[in-house]
Design a protein around this ligand. Structure first.
Ligand SMILES: Cc1cc2nc3c(=O)[nH]c(=O)nc-3n(C[C@H](O)[C@H](O)[C@H](O)COP(=O)(O)O)c2cc1C
Length: 312
């Protein structure tokens, strides 16, 4: 027998598989198809203070081994969530993780304060890949000072586990990992999507109305492995991997690289049973390899060479 239970800081999960934000809802669309208790946790689509239409279509494009999305954080806002979604959360028998975004640091703070009062939420994940409206649209996740401020504000407001989801579109993760730790995060999610683009050369035009979008899916798994491996060398904070996991083996690779838990995103789009399959199959793989406890894999990578220093 193999133990699949893991810990992300003080939080226990029945297994390391988590449905990623924006790719699974809170499981409602799939409740007739899959066992929603199969993943160790489910993260809902990021919610903001107010309803938001998101970007104009086309908002997605298929790419070799992946997809681009520029949804633009469409959503019905906090009031709708409190009125219509919280009841559904109470029925879920897995760890419920709510993802938030804001247009300003004050909005993150307001969301964290409100959600502290909502019982069926075990974890708050702070999505920093949102344009900072006051400062010309550069994403919060690109400024370590703002990462520190938003993390610290959310930490004060929300007393249960707080995860900070970083952007991978930076030269060095190190200052952002330090900011998350200093702000009091319990874990970091590494990472959101990578900026990419699709072009229709005949029209001389970008395929996405937003010009660029976030690349996800199998195409980014090697990037995610490198980012998680780098983060594991830079921080003692638990790491939750997000990026490219599209098979049970991918999940185990990300854990060896340093992840305590692994989110599944785009894989849900090509098979909504992805999380359940991952849980079943990793158990078989670990039994074959005689690994009694999956936690023994976390940060178990034997590097071939020492980690070279990153720019400060
Ligand atoms: C259509 C779509 C919508 C997404 N929406 C969100 C979101 O609302 N908040 C967020 O933090 N990440 C969002 N993501 C990013 C995913 O949670 C995940 O971090 C990313 O897709 C990388 O993982 P993957 O390669 O397993 O898909 C979205 C991704 C996709 C494809």
């Amino acid at each position: 027998m193999t133990t699949l239970a893991v810990r992300v800081g003080k939080l226990s999960l029945a297994n390391p598989i988590i449905a990623a934000s924006g790719t699974f809802g809170f499981g409602e669309p799939f409740s007739d198809l899959v066992d929603l208790a199969a993943p160790g946790g489910i993260i809902g689509k990021s919610i903001g203070l107010r309803a938001r239409a998101g970007n104009s279509p086309p908002r997605t494009a298929e790419t070799p081994c992946g997809m681009l999305n520029a949804i633009g954080l469409e959503g019905k806002g906090l009031d709708y969530f409190l009125e219509h979604v919280v009841g559904w959360l109470s029925k879920l028998k897995t760890v419920r993780i709510v993802s938030i975004f804001g247009d300003t640091p004050e909005e993150y703070d307001a969301l964290a304060k409100k959600l502290q009062e909502v019982a069926p939420i075990e974890v708050l994940e702070v999505n920093l890949s949102c344009p900072n409206v006051k400062q010309g649209g550069l994403e919060f996740g690109h400024d370590p000072d703002l990462v520190l401020r938003i993390t610290a504000d959310c930490r004060r407001a929300f007393t249960r586990p707080l995860w900070v989801k970083l952007s991978p579109n930076v030269t060095s993760l190190a200052p952002f990992l330090r900011a998350a730790a200093q702000g009091g995060a319990d874990a970091v999610t590494i990472a959101n999507t990578y900026v990419g683009m699709a072009i229709d050369w005949r029209r001389r035009a970008p395929v996405l109305a937003n010009n660029t979008g976030g690349l996800s899916g199998p195409a980014i798994k090697p990037l995610a492995l490198a980012a998680v491996h780098r983060a594991a060398g830079e921080t003692d904070l638990p790491i939750v991997a997000s990026g490219g996991a599209s098979s049970p083996e991918d999940v185990l690779e990300l854990m060896v690289a340093g992840a305590a838990a692994v989110q599944i995103g785009t894989w849900n789009f090509f098979d909504p049973r992805a999380a359940a399959i991952a849980v079943q199959e990793i158990e078989k793989l670990l039994c074959q390899e005689k690994v009694a406890d999956i936690s023994d894999l976390v940060r178990s990578l034997k590097r071939n060479t020492p980690l070279p220093p990153e720019p400060a």
